[in-house]
Structures are given as C-alpha cells and as structure tokens.
Design a protein around this ligand. Structure first.
Ligand SMILES: C[S@@+](CC[C@H](N)C(=O)[O-])C[C@H]1O[C@@H](n2cnc3c(N)ncnc32)[C@H](O)[C@@H]1O
Length: 316
C-alpha cells in the first residue's frame, strides 16, 4: 500500500516557540497566566486571552470558550466552581420585565440546539470542570427546568456525588403573562462533590448562625438582583450577590480559589472578592467581560477602602 503523505504546509504558528502546549504553572496562584502566554494554546491557536488580572488579589477574567480553556488548565487546582450555564430558552418566546411584555431572547449563546446537542454540551463542560476540581472540591450549578434535569443526569453519568438541590425562591418573580401556567418563581441550584470519595467542605455552623440558630434548609428565599447591582449595566441572567455570598461562604474557606466558567457579569467574582477568596471568571462575550471588570474593580475598591494595606494594590 502506498504510504500516505501529508503535503500540507506547516503553519508558522506550529513551528514557532510559542506553539508549545500551554501548561498552567505549579504555583500557589493556580490559573496564573502571564500576558505573554495568555493568548496561546496548543498549535499556536488562540484559545483565550487574559481580559483582566489583579495578581495580588488573584482575581482574573479570561475571554474564551470555557471547555477549551478548562481542558488545558491544571488538573485538581480549583476549590469550588459556580456555573450558571446557558438555559437554552432563547427561542422566540415572551416574558414579563418591569410590567412589560418583552422577548425572552438573551443572545446567540442561549439558543437551543436540540435536546441531544444541548446534553452533549452539558456533559462536555461538566467533565472539564470535574477534571480541574480538587479531590474534595465542589460544584454548584444553577438552572431552570430547561437544563437542570440534563445537568443532574450528566452529573450522575460522570460520577459526581450530588449533595443537595437548593430551591431558590424568588419572592419578587415577574407575573406569568399567558395565564396558562403557574407563575415561575424558582430556580434550582445543584450542589455536587467531585466524586463519591470526596470529603467536601461545608460550614455548617456559619449557615446555622446565618439562619437565626436553626439548621438551614434547602429552600432559600432571596430577591432577584437589586437596581444597585446593575448600575454598571445589565446582564440578562444576572444572579443576586446575596445568593453567591451564601454559596461561597457555605462551601469554601478564605483564600480558596473559586471558578465561574460562565461568569457573565461576575456576580460570583464580586462575592468572592468581598469574602477574600481568589477568583477566575470565563466568558465568551466582550460586553459581559467589560461589565465584569467594572463590577470587580468596584468591589476591590470598596474592600480596600476598609483595609489600608490593600489600598496601594487596588489603585495600580
Ligand atoms: C446564564 S449567563 C451567566 C450569568 C452570571 N451568573 C451573572 O450573574 O451575570 C451565561 C454566560 O455564559 C456565557 N457563555 C456561554 N457559552 C459559553 C462558553 N462556551 N464559554 C464561556 N462562556 C460562555 C454567556 O456569554 C453568558 O454571559
């Protein structure tokens, strides 16, 4: 049989020095990426860019596809992940916002590709997240009926250990305009450990104290984000900072690394900064990364105003 030859010219990037597989350095600041290496992955292809970096506080925003980035990130390096993935509900429907009928469409990223494709996407990003979680790390995933059953099934397929399903009850949910269904007023947040062997962290005492000395239940009544939380602009599916503060303080310690692979406006990052945790946020869209940056900078400034030692760092 004749030998197959590959006559394709080698791309310049493949032969360049920068085209080596990108390896996240073994240091205490997991996910540290220098300006020079940030834009290069395997084969010289640009997988991500470093959009914002505060190395002193270890707060970072990466622009790119989270699956591609996480598949190249260091294994067992993240303490906790909060993921608020696309809900795949932007298909021409209507909803109610501020008393008005508005389109439910959130953006191209939220369009459904059909149940099978959507589930494959869920499996792919959950697998990428599981690889980077530390052995005792946990993941929280929020969603509505459109995706949460796919997420739960994928978690079982991948061997995650589901710890809780939190029902977030939105006391200020908008009315149902069609009057053909009950008014949607909840979201589910699944909490899972990396696998069956994981010894996950849970600050039971703090949660009990927060709940007036009673064991905290899995139904959390919290408002949707307030106007103050949207002063730099709106993200169509923004989560309230209070929700993320509770999630982060329940499942991490100070100094832990929190990752949000679908960060949007970085509600997770704002809560992480306020609670002295490290943060890496990933998103595809410039518009949302810009909003994230503004919110993170403000959170850092507010925090440093009360901590003089950090003032110098934040003003750089
Ligand atoms: C549901 S929103 C997250 C909102 C966020 N929790 C907040 O409070 O603002 C999902 C985000 O994921 C981003 N996204 C969608 N697919 C992505 C992908 N493959 N990689 C990275 N980001 C993605 C979208 O641009 C969108 O901002």
């Amino acid at each position: 049989m004749p030998k197959k030859t590959n006559n394709k010219p080698k791309s310049k990037a493949k032969s360049s020095k920068k085209a080596k597989p990108y390896i996240f350095p073994e240091n205490s600041l997991n996910f540290y990426i220098s300006e020079e290496t940030a834009s290069y992955g395997i084969d010289g292809k640009k997988y991500f860019t470093l959009y914002y970096d505060n190395p002193e506080l270890s707060v970072r925003l990466l622009k790119g596809n989270c699956i591609e980035i996480l598949n190249r990130a260091r294994e067992n390096s993240v303490d906790m992940i909060f993921a608020d993935p696309p809900y795949f509900l932007s298909n021409g429907g209507i909803t109610c916002h501020a008393g008005k009928m508005v389109s439910v469409n959130k953006g191209k990223w939220d369009k459904s590709k059909g149940a099978e494709e959507n589930h494959k996407f869920t499996l792919d990003w959950l697998k990428a997240c599981q690889r980077v979680l530390k052995p005792n790390g946990t993941i929280w995933v929020s969603g509505t009926t459109h995706i949460i059953y796919s997420v739960g099934f994928a978690m079982q397929e991948l061997g995650y250990k589901i710890l809780n399903d939190i029902i977030w009850y939105k006391r200020n949910a908008p009315p149902n305009l069609s009057c053909r269904y009950f008014t949607h007023s909840t979201e589910i947040v699944l909490w899972a450990a990396k696998n069956a062997k994981s010894k996950h962290y849970f600050d039971y005492k703090l949660m009990k104290k927060t709940n007036n000395g009673k064991q905290m239940r899995n139904v959390w009544e919290l408002s949707a984000p307030q106007a103050e939380e949207k002063k730099f602009g709106k993200h169509p599916t923004q989560k309230p900072v209070e929700l993320l503060k509770r999630i982060i303080s329940a499942s991490t310690k100070e100094g832990d690394l929190v990752l949000d692979p679908f960060c949007g406006s970085s509600t997770t990052g704002v809560a992480a900064v306020l609670l002295n945790r490290k943060y890496v946020g990933i998103d595809l869209e410039d518009e949302y990364l810009h909003l994230s940056k503004k919110r993170l900078e403000e959170a850092i400034m507010n925090k440093t105003a009360t901590m003089p030692a950090l003032k110098k760092v934040a003003s750089r």
